[in-house]
Design a protein around this ligand. Structure first.
Ligand SMILES: CC(C)(COP(=O)(O)OP(=O)(O)OC[C@H]1O[C@@H](n2cnc3c(N)ncnc32)[C@H](O)[C@@H]1OP(=O)(O)O)[C@@H](O)C(=O)NCCC(=O)NCCS
Length: 123
């Protein structure tokens, strides 16, 4: 008998300097997004304030892409911005930078030099 696929459940973990959001189905993590709080001095972005959230990874299992999981996870991270901007440099993985840039643009990021930036949702 074919088992019905579980509806993926959202989990968000918040630390002082790291936030993780993931969708889990059964014991399998099928989508994850993480960001770290970093000094703007590390990026030459001091005009954005003292700190920025650096998005270090957003990865969706290839079978679950284009279903809104990626955008939902990034929006979850945005709820923990506390006024700080989120930044990302699209690149890496097995996807073209152009496709990654389109994804982040759809998530509300705007290009700024080598970075894409989403200004803090809440102060
Ligand atoms: C990029 C990635 C995270 C997108 O996740 P996803 O869950 O498929 O994205 P969503 O379904 O939430 O897409 C939201 C919007 O982003 C844009 N988008 C998503 N994937 C896209 C692609 N491959 N090409 C162009 N635009 C894309 C679309 O506007 C999309 O809205 P639509 O489906 O209504 O057109 C996923 O493809 C992935 O894990 N890629 C490999 C890892 C990676 O490259 N991560 C980013 C590294 S910085």
């Amino acid at each position: 008998m074919k088992m019905l696929e579980d509806t993926p459940k959202l989990h968000v973990t918040r630390g002082n300097t790291i936030v993780s959001a993931m969708f889990v189905t059964g014991s399998l993590s099928i989508a994850i997004a993480e960001m770290n709080l970093m000094s703007t001095l590390d990026f030459g972005l001091e005009d954005l304030g003292s700190y920025v959230w650096w998005i270090c990874r957003v990865v969706i299992n290839s079978k679950y892409r284009r279903r809104g999981y990626g955008r939902t996870l990034v929006d979850q991270l945005a709820q923990s911005q506390l006024g700080y901007a989120m930044i990302v440099t699209p690149g890496g993985y097995d996807m073209s930078p152009d496709e990654q840039t389109s994804f982040y643009a759809a998530c509300g990021f705007v290009q700024r030099g080598e970075f894409m930036v989403r200004i803090g949702d809440r102060s």
